[in-house]
Design a protein around this ligand. Structure first.
Ligand SMILES: Cc1ncc(COP(=O)(O)O)c(C=O)c1O
Length: 465
């Protein structure tokens, strides 16, 4: 019954339906997919919110004791149950021994980040010395740009995708301002073609080829927050570096979602947050990557004492012995309470592995896509039927968990009525609803239930009109 690694999700759904002698949209297909899911027990490691606790819920429409359909792990991942235990361990240590906690226990506070950093290797595809856990995402982006963006009169642009996340956009603008560069000319934004939602790789590569000599840094998101498009990180990296650019990625929506091989791809630098697919809680400890090839050449512009080698850090002689690579970019001592929540989540990732998670994710999101297309593809014969369009690319290599949906019915109506029925997802301007089934804690049955709620919401939108 194991699907072949090359079986497309739609084929798996149809194969199971024919084995069960039912329609592919039948509930039994979802239940069978769950039965066959080897990762299903990981759901037990998380707190799944209950319907009754969701602020926008309408209790007349749901069973209050049921689990919500949480499809918002692309924004804030759910809480691993071990977070509380790990926090309590450190709070207890603090209560019982005060400052001695810096040096003893499972996570000595001085090296708290270092005790868990190895758990990130598989997730980003890098070795331990290339990964730093520190600060917030945008702070790390600034620290990296301060070192990698060294404009010259000939090479002064930063290349990025259209509608990049506002924080990235502002970070780039302010970095250009720091160097006194005109923003219009120096911020090279690639837009999708007229009438298209996502970027074509050939268009990205063409801009790099034509304008690469004037580009100092290419900064792309790994996976676009709005469209859900996964960019071809190795191809962009290779093309940019061939033109002499540094190539970096904001991996906020890619980390813990798709497989990454930052080291092997030769990416120059990257940063990410930990509160989305990494489930470390709001404002969690962010990450940064600098390829080891830059360990001795790219230095931090701003230095603090945690960039100093541990062996002599406490000599306090003010003679900097900088740690090579990204760990030299650490400025302050690690926030141990944030280390705890990330630790709890990364241990789950270690058990599950990114490879297996991605495999499930392809099928889970593929099942969602299959069901949406089944009910809501554009049917020219029936002009009254609501249409749901998926703006996320349909190619598996070009997306992660998330699908971004647009509707012929008013988006706010659809969103609010999903929320009332216990679907947790988010809306993003201009007109998208992002839904992200996460393989660690979402089930195929969640997708099935979501589709049925969507049907009832869209039916009610129709009768309202
Ligand atoms: C793509 C992207 N970049 C940057 C940020 C901002 O992150 P932070 O507030 O952690 O700096 C986010 C937040 O959601 C994001 O999605």
């Amino acid at each position: 019954m194991e699907p072949s690694p090359f079986e497309l999700p739609a084929d798996t759904v149809q194969r199971i339906a024919s084995e069960l002698r039912c329609h592919p949209a039948d509930e039994r297909v979802a239940l069978r997919l769950d039965e066959e899911d080897e990762l299903r027990h990981f759901r037990e490691h998380f707190y799944i919110p209950k319907m009754q606790d969701l602020p926008p819920i309408d209790l007349s429409l749901v069973n209050k004791d049921e689990n919500a359909i949480y499809f918002m792990g692309n924004s804030l991942g759910l809480q691993p149950k071990m977070v509380k235990t790990y926090l309590e361990e450190e709070l207890d240590k603090w209560a019982k021994m005060g400052g001695y906690g810096h040096e003893v226990g499972k996570r000595p506070w001085i090296t708290g980040d270092e005790t868990i950093v190895g758990l990130m290797n598989d997730i980003v595809g890098a070795n331990e010395k290339e990964i730093g856990l520190m600060n917030g995402l945008t702070v790390n982006l600034h620290l990296l740009l301060l070192s990698f963006f060294k404009p010259t009169p000939k090479r002064y642009k930063i290349l990025l995708e259209a509608k990049a996340f506002p924080s990235d956009h502002y970070a780039i603008e302010s970095q250009l301002q720091l160097h006194g560069l005109p923003i219009e000319e120096s911020m090279r934004i690639i837009k999708p073609r007229e009438g298209e939602e996502t970027l074509r790789i050939e268009d990205i590569l063409e801009v790099i080829d034509k304008e690469g000599d004037s580009i100092a840094v290419i900064l792309f998101s790994g996976l676009h927050f709005y469209t859900g498009q996964l960019f071809n990180i190795p191809a962009i990296t290779k093309a940019g570096q061939a033109k002499g650019c540094f190539v970096g990625f904001d991996l906020a929506h890619a980390v813990g979602n798709v497989e990454l091989h930052l080291h092997d791809w030769g990416v120059d630098f990257a940063c990410w947050c930990s509160y989305k697919y990494l489930n470390a809680g709001a404002g969690g400890l962010a990450g940064a990557f600098i390829h080891e090839k830059h360990a001795y050449t790219v230095k931090p512009a701003l230095v603090g004492w945690f960039g100093h080698e541990l062996s002599t850090r406490f000599k306090m002689d003010n003679k900097l012995q900088l740690i090579p690579g990204v760990n030299g970019f650490r400025i302050s001592n690690p926030p141990i309470l944030l280390v705890c929540s990330l630790h709890a989540s990364l241990e789950i990732f270690r058990q599950a592995t990114m490879k297996a998670l991605r495999r499930k994710s392809i099928l889970l999101t593929g099942y969602l896509e299959y069901m949406i297309k089944h009910y809501y593809s554009k049917d020219k014969a029936d002009t009254r039927k609501p249409i749901v369009s998926i703006i996320t690319p349909s190619r598996i290599e070009e997306r992660g968990c998330q699908l971004t949906l647009t509707f012929s019915a008013p988006m706010t109506y659809v969103f609010q009525n999903l929320e009332k029925r216990g679907v947790v997802c988010d809306k993003r301007e201009p007109d998208g609803i992002r839904v992200a089934p996460v393989p660690l804690y979402n089930s195929f049955h969640d997708v099935y239930k979501f589709i049925n709620l969507l049907i009832s919401v869209l039916d009610s939108a129709e009768t309202k009109e």
